[in-house]
Design a protein around this ligand. Structure first.
Ligand code: FA5
Length: 349
């Protein structure tokens, strides 16, 4: 068989092979065999040295034509495979837009966070700023700056988790008072802040006591702040939170950082003041401590107590939540029972 017959045979068989390719991989194999570097066409080109020089241009031309033909057929076959693959994918991944969508389940906000957000917005609207102090607090800010030197008997009022001599888990958010008082520039206006956060005490847990709970500190310092400003503020908070009908009372109390000091009680949600196990048969639940800022607290922070005075309060967010939602055990806030939390879920659409 001469070279032209060989080329003719290769053209026919090559075209047949390309037409019969089963998939892209198979087609690629055929391409390598026909037009690849070590393919049959290249082999024929190498054998040109054995033929008469006058024949060589003709053979070369023929080889080029066959290569172009193969390449064109291979490209067409490849396009067909790609097209078929796209169609298969489109058919498989078809979306039925008439199917109903999947329902997203909403989580619920923790009741204490609901109260916290509500109170924060309330105070912000009255021009207070919101500060956040550290949960691991120093003895210096938690007690000493608050007029509670070491060995002061009133330290027993708040059983403390000490980390070492100087560091402790804060028992109250009152340290925030000292921190902001130190920094406040009174030439720019009065100081009005609230400081919410977690606090810790070595208290025995019961229906209204937890060893970890949340407080919101409040502090207002300016010239001419009076006890009636404090009373008005506390009454407004209570009415805002519990409605007009809930009874409240202020009792004289003692805190080293305020003078005079008071505590506010709200009538028990469970017995409406008659007395029950939740309110320990008093008819009242204590929600906050407050008073007029002690001059020593101002002086300790470098504020002139002969010019400035103010009021402060520390309210128990857990107690607020107990009274607002009628919850009979504070421990429900910390056990993370989903059935309990679900009750505070906003309506799902
Ligand atoms: C204080 O912690 C003062 N720092 C409050 C204060 C601030 C007074 C500024 C004056 C000026 P007391 O220990 O009473 O005070 O706690 C304040 C509130 O935290 C209580 O009224 C109560 O609502 C809440 N509370 C106290 N102990 C617990 C507890 N173990 N579990 C849950 N809530 C508690």
């Amino acid at each position: 068989m001469d070279l032209f017959e060989k080329l003719d045979k290769l053209r026919q068989e090559g075209l047949k092979d390309i037409n019969q390719a089963t998939d892209q991989k198979n087609l690629d194999k055929i391409r390598v065999e026909l037009v690849g570097k070590k393919g049959q066409l290249t082999e024929i080109l190498h054998s040109m040295k054995d033929i008469a020089p006058s024949e060589r241009p003709k053979v070369g031309q023929e080889v080029n034509q066959i290569r172009d033909l193969f390449q064109k057929q291979i490209d067409e076959a490849k396009n067909k495979f790609v097209q078929a693959l796209i169609e298969k994918k489109l058919a498989e991944e078809k979306i039925d837009v008439t199917l109903p969508g999947r329902k997203g389940h909403l989580g619920s906000q923790h009741p204490i966070n609901i109260i916290l957000d509500d109170l924060e917005s309330y105070f912000i609207a009255m021009g207070y700023s919101v500060v956040q102090g550290p949960e691991i607090e120093t003895d210096h800010y938690c007690f000493e700056m608050m007029n509670l030197p070491k060995d002061h008997p009133a330290r027993d009022m708040q059983a403390t988790f000490y980390i070492d001599e100087e560091n402790l888990l804060r028992t109250q958010t009152s340290g925030d008072q000292a921190r902001v008082l130190e920094k406040h520039d009174f030439s720019k206006g009065p100081l009005k802040m609230v400081g919410p956060g977690k606090v810790y005490r070595r208290d025995d847990d019961d229906a209204t006591h937890s060893h970890q709970f949340q407080q919101m500190e409040g502090l207002v310092v300016d010239k001419n702040v009076t006890m009636s400003d404090l009373k008005g503020t506390l009454e407004m908070i209570a009415k805002h939170m519990f409605g007009q009908d809930r009874k409240t009372r202020l009792r004289p109390s003692y805190f080293p950082f305020t003078e005079p000091s008071v505590e506010m009680d709200v009538s028990c949600f469970n017995c409406d003041g008659k007395g029950c196990a939740i309110c320990k048969y008093t008819g009242w639940i204590e929600v906050l401590g407050a008073g007029m800022v002690h001059p020593n607290v101002l002086e300790n922070a470098g504020v002139d107590s002969s010019v400035y005075g103010g009021f402060a309060f520390g309210l128990g967010l857990d107690r607020f939540a107990i009274l607002k939602y009628g919850i009979s055990d504070i421990r429900d806030f910390y056990t993370n029972d989903v059935r309990f939390l679900k009750q505070f879920r906003k309506e799902e659409n």
